[in-house]
Design a protein around this ligand. Structure first.
Ligand code: PMP
Length: 337
């Protein structure tokens, strides 16, 4: 492995892990990209790099320019760390409902953090609109002083996954991949990887694993945006079709309840030793569903988006889980009596 000479160079080329228990249970090869091993700890380092490189190429980000973004946290962490490595300050707007650990991690990066109440997208107080408005105000006062990254609707996000994440999966599997499944927040991962794999193998199955409270699975299945339930997972699900999601080549979609995905993520820790976040539980639960749909003998790839320690007080907290009606495994009860 070559020496990586910068934060940017350390992003991507993550290991593809065989999930032994999931593979044995289904008779498929269930493989997962270890995105928690990116330098900022999540798949969103890839997004941050794709967006910033594109903006720099277009001359939108000059030295001293402040990077501004609305984020559930991980994109902010990636952008702030990447920005630090290139001499940029970062201003992040995020909903106050996100995990305390992510908010603290973001503060540690040196980013300026503005927490806003959770609001629907049509509300001007939604974190994305607040971030866009702050960047606009800074540019009014001093043109070129701020850049709004716009991860949801800037398709440089999807393009980076199409040019890098998808081809990595193709090469690591030697082209032996029958299905790819993941959740969508911006949709950048799903659309980018989906497009890259479909271009190489048109009959591959691309599936969306959607959390409760998101309207995307219903949209794929019926053409109508409709949401039911809620989820404790963060960074995934959407009430609208973002520009990045818009041309994701999705063949199948399911809504995966927390009662299904959280036990999967607890199992990943106890049986395989991988401590991952809520979206990774949804993704692996989706991989199990796709394996059952395709039948034994297939190879299915998914994504472990970030690490579980970013959500310790929720995902590994018996009283929090019980309050949400999610089963608490015995080992976790014993760990926190
Ligand atoms: N998992 C986590 C933990 C995330 O933070 C995000 C992004 N918000 C995703 C999954 C979804 O990735 P994407 O934005 O590429 O759809």
């Amino acid at each position: 492995m070559p020496i990586r000479t910068s934060f940017a160079a350390a992003v991507g080329q993550t290991p593809l892990l065989r999930l032994r228990h999931a593979s044995e249970a289904t008779g498929c090869e269930i493989l997962a990209k270890a995105e928690f091993l990116n330098p900022g700890g999540s798949v969103k380092d890839r997004t941050a790099l794709g967006l910033l490189d594109d903006a720099e190429r277009r001359g939108l980000v000059r030295p001293g320019c402040v990077l501004v973004e609305g984020t559930a946290g991980n994109t902010g962490i990636g952008l702030a760390l990447l920005g630090a490595s290139r001499g940029h300050r970062t201003l992040i707007v995020m909903p106050e409902t996100q995990s305390r650990e992510k908010i603290d991690a973001l503060r540690v990066t040196g980013a300026e953090v503005r927490l806003v109440p959770a609001a629907p997208f049509k509300d001007p107080g939604h974190y994305v609109h607040v971030a866009r408005a702050l960047a606009g105000k800074m540019n009014e006062q001093e043109p070129g002083s701020a850049w709004f990254a716009n991860q949801f609707d800037n398709t440089a996000n999807r393009d980076w996954h199409e040019a890098h994440t998808g081809p990595e999966i193709w090469e690591q599997t030697g082209g032996k991949v029958d299905g790819f499944v993941c959740a969508a927040g911006t949709g950048g991962t799903l659309a980018g990887v989906g497009r890259a794999l479909k271009a190489r193998r048109p009959d591959i199955r691309i599936a969306l694993a959607d959390p409760g409270g998101s309207a995307l699975a219903a949209f794929v299945n019926t053409g109508e945006l409709a949401a039911e339930g809620t989820s404790i997972s963060e960074g995934i699900g959407s009430s609208r079709i973002t520009a990045n999601f818009a041309d994701a080549p999705v063949d199948l979609a399911w809504t995966i309840p927390d009662a299904e995905s959280v036990p999967v993520l607890h199992d990943l820790l106890q049986r395989e030793g991988y401590c991952v976040g809520g979206s990774s539980g949804v993704n692996v639960a989706g991989a199990l569903r796709l394996a059952r749909e395709l039948g034994p003998g297939h190879t299915i790839v998914t994504v472990l988006c970030d690490g579980g320690m970013r959500y310790q007080a929720k995902l590994f907290n018996p009283s929090f889980l019980r309050g949400k009606g999610i089963p608490v495994p015995e080992w976790l009860d014993r760990a926190f009596p």
